[in-house]
Design a protein. Structure first.
Length: 528
């Protein structure tokens, strides 16, 4: 496509209705955001690398001395807008038309349309996601299956939130002054430009989820982006509201500070459980005392995960902010009613723990889980919109509580190795083929799944972990299991991208160094 704005180049091919999204005015808006804030973004990414080097050298993270006054203060965040007051059940999924329609119609109070981990960022998906969001805001979104079945929005819709990609990612299909644009600013800016005024006209606002933050300074950057965007678009300050996913171990030490930086635009915090587990492995990958057991054994009931979630509730409620619980990723399987019944019982237990701890709402990945999660929170909340009045003065969490990851009786098993290999292969193959929300073993998996799987394999291999049956975890064992699982999946007629997925997984697991994000090396390998 020809340059529409000075210094801005579109390298991706023309997509259906892209002319509605990639307009001169919209591109000028996102280019302004990029030129204004990308230097700070790059500085913060360099600060991440410097912090990682200190952690590798043995630094122990903790609550920041320099922000003690923020934690001790009596401030609160801005009051929630009316349509974010009651968030007892939230559903998530990629910004794709069919899934968005099902989610918006699901009966959940909130729907998070994902441009991040659940959306494989092919250029077609990135542009198509913005088209679908634009239509959803105007309530004209529809979808027709190849078999002729049509999907349309109903009368009662969930409140829409959008998750842009994280600060660490670029959008290589668009360059500004010769360099790739920040994927965060591209995703956020396009949605804001096309939809902020329309959302306001409909009595709501532009609401977001912010992923992968590692410090309050990264939250400050987002807040400054919000202020400039609202100013440039002529909408009132505070129209933007953002919920931050606390899905890194470093952010867990700065929850007060993150809320403070976003206080005029804050909509609370969410316990992003899967990325949180990955973050612990990543940040302490060189430390043998941070080796985790099979993923299935790292439940929300283990001590370090309980500490993290209870501190989140206490922090949010002290500041008048919503605390939103973690994802239940189960997908009901109508062909296996017993499996489904057992899984729904586990979902119920999970949500009872969250509602009992004081969470104001929770996440699910499938419409069939909305009644289960909703029933649990209805029993606790009744006609109250939330339970922010539960301040949890009984909670006293120390730095060591967040960092003590030992789990009594836990182990690494061959089954755990096989599961990680199989899930990583299946998800990477789906992602490379353009599907970022893959149904695997009755779970709706996104990129966090592959991150946990590949990082655990790397961790077990590089720390010479002994399996429960006494065998050492070696490169040969990994290669044998990988070969067997690859052959099994290929014999079952699985994705054509499995061979590429295996090469990518090998590169991630067998590398001497630890890759901070698989997406950083996987982006160039996408199908388009």
């Amino acid at each position: 496509m020809p340059d529409l704005v000075h210094g801005v180049a579109i390298l991706g091919s023309d997509q259906p209705r892209s002319s509605e999204i990639l307009t001169t005015e919209a591109l000028a808006f996102v280019a302004d955001l990029h030129r204004s804030f990308n230097p700070r973004r790059l500085e913060l990414l360099e600060a991440r690398r410097e912090r990682q080097a200190r952690l590798d050298a043995g630094e122990q993270p903790g609550f920041l001395a320099e922000t003690a006054d923020v934690r001790a203060g009596s401030w609160t965040v801005a009051a929630a807008p009316d349509d974010l007051h009651d968030r007892r059940v939230e559903i998530t999924g990629p910004a794709e038309a069919k899934m968005m329609i099902n989610a918006l119609n699901s009966g959940a109070r909130v729907f998070m349309a994902d441009l991040e981990d659940a959306l494989s960022p092919t250029w077609a998906n990135v542009v198509g996601g913005q088209v679908a969001l634009r239509d959803a805001v105007r309530q004209t979104l529809s979808f027709r299956n190849p078999d002729g079945k049509e999907y349309r929005l109903g009368d009662q819709l969930a409140t829409l939130l959008v998750r842009p990609r994280g600060w660490h990612l670029d959008e290589s299909h668009v360059t500004v002054d010769g360099s790739p644009i920040s994927a965060s600013l591209f995703d956020f800016g396009l949605f804001m430009y096309h939809n902020a005024a329309e959302r306001a006209a409909r009595g709501t606002g532009p609401y977001f989820y912010l992923p992968k933050l590692e410090s309050h300074l990264e939250a400050r950057l987002w807040n400054d982006v919000f202020v400039r965007a609202q100013d440039r678009l002529g909408i009132p300050q505070g129209s933007v509201r953002a919920t931050v996913l606390i899905e890194t171990i470093l952010a867990a030490f700065e929850m007060d500070e993150i809320l403070y930086e976003l206080r005029d635009h804050s909509a609370g915090l969410n316990a992003g459980r899967w990325d949180y587990i990955f973050s612990i492995i990543k940040k302490f990958h060189d430390r043998p005392d941070f080796v985790l057991p099979d993923r299935a054994q790292v439940t929300m009931a283990v001590p370090f995960m309980r500490s993290y979630t209870q501190l989140l509730v206490q922090t949010c409620h002290r500041r008048g902010a919503h605390a939103i619980g973690g994802m239940s990723a189960f997908i009901p399987n109508r062909r296996e009613p017993e499996v489904t019944a057992n899984a729904l019982e586990q979902v119920r237990i999970d949500k009872e723990r969250e509602s009992g701890d004081g969470f104001d709402g929770t996440w699910v990945a499938h419409p069939d889980l909305v009644p289960v999660a909703g029933g649990v929170f209805d029993a606790v909340l009744a006609d109250r919109p939330n339970q922010k009045e539960r301040l949890r003065p009984d909670v006293a969490i120390s730095a060591s509580d967040l960092l003590s990851v030992a789990i009594d009786g836990a182990s690494v098993t061959e089954a755990g190795v096989r599961t990680n290999v199989s899930v990583a292969l299946q998800y990477l193959a789906a992602w490379l083929g353009g599907n970022g929300a893959a149904a695997i073993n009755n779970l709706m998996e996104d990129a966090a799944t592959a991150e946990i799987s590949r990082s655990q394999l790397w961790q077990w291999l590089h720390h010479d972990v002994t399996l429960a049956d006494g065998r050492p975890m070696t490169a040969d064992l990994y290669s044998t299991v990988r070969g067997e699982e690859l052959a099994r999946l290929q014999s079952g007629g699985a994705s054509a991208h499995l061979t590429d997925a295996a090469r990518l997984l090998d590169a991630l697991v067998l590398s001497d160094g630890f890759e901070p994000f698989l997406t950083l090396i996987a982006y160039p390998k996408l199908a388009g």
